[in-house]
Ligand binder design. Structure first.
Ligand code: PEP
Length: 249
């Protein structure tokens, strides 16, 4: 089955280093059946556009402004990102929700802005350890989906992938059991059916993210309920990331 493999470089690599990264990735993943996306820092996006133009690798931003243009110092708009040739943006990553206090209301506005500018969205949701321990994880994720997708039309969902990223699994080496991943994938799909329709549920792309690495990616991606993965730390090594992208699942 074809999978969507996304690398989030976070605030790593300088443009000069990314040049080598992008060219190596493009060469190594030639011919793969999977969809491959890399999300570098904003400063690398136009370079990514030049380097990846004729390759199989798509690229995206890690975040966007909720505003279109104007006096918003330090922000980067969806249209600027789109102009670089980017096709994706991550929205609602837990590092933005946590460290930069992004609310569901802001995330909802960002999703609308991204879609209006023709960008595909990877919406991150997921609970922290306290919420999981309190057995509130499914309720928490459902609420995030309800609020983040408010006012998004069903036909726009074709351009939205949901990434389930439990906060306690990000960068920790801890990964939920396969059973727990399946359960959350089903929770997410069922919530989409509740909010939209059975057709929307069927078409939905749901990813897993959180400590995916060379030793666990095969098992995670062999799970038919998982349409792909969002990889953080382990995508920094381009050779390793390319191995995950090339696999047939
Ligand atoms: C992430 O931050 O989106 C992520 C999945 O990170 P890591 O793979 O390092 O856990």
């Amino acid at each position: 089955m074809k999978k969507l493999i996304i690398g989030n470089l976070k605030m790593n690599t300088k443009p000069s280093e990314f040049k080598n990264y992008a060219m190596t990735l493009a060469t190594k993943v030639k011919g793969t059946k999977n969809d491959v996306v890399v999300c570098p820092p904003f400063t690398h996006l136009h370079l990514a556009g030049e380097l990846l133009e004729h390759s199989k690798v798509e690229f995206g931003a890690q975040n966007i402004s909720d505003e279109e243009k104007g006096a918003f110092t330090g922000e980067v708009s969806a249209s600027m990102i789109k102009d670089s040739g980017a096709t994706y943006t991550i929205i609602g990553h837990s590092e933005r929700r946590g460290k930069y206090k992004e609310t569901d209301r802001l995330i909802n506005k960002k999703i609308k802005t991204a879609l209006a500018n023709g960008l595909k969205v990877v919406l991150c949701v997921g609970e922290n350890l306290q919420t999981r321990t309190a057995k509130q994880a499914t309720a928490f994720v459902k609420k995030q989906l309800d609020e983040d997708l408010k006012g998004i039309y069903e036909n726009e969902l074709d351009s939205v992938a949901i990434a389930y990223e439990p906060i306690w699994a990000i960068g920790t080496g801890k990964v939920p059991t396969n059973k727990d991943i399946t359960k959350m994938m089903e929770t997410i799909r069922n919530e989409i059916e509740y909010l939209y329709s059975a057709k929307a549920k069927e078409k939905l792309t749901v990813l897993y993210g959180g400590s995916v690495n060379l030793s666990n990616y095969k098992k995670i991606l062999a799970n038919d309920t998982v349409n792909g993965v969002l990889v953080g730390g382990a995508c920094l090594d381009v050779e390793n990331f390319a191995i995950m992208c090339k696999e047939t699942y």
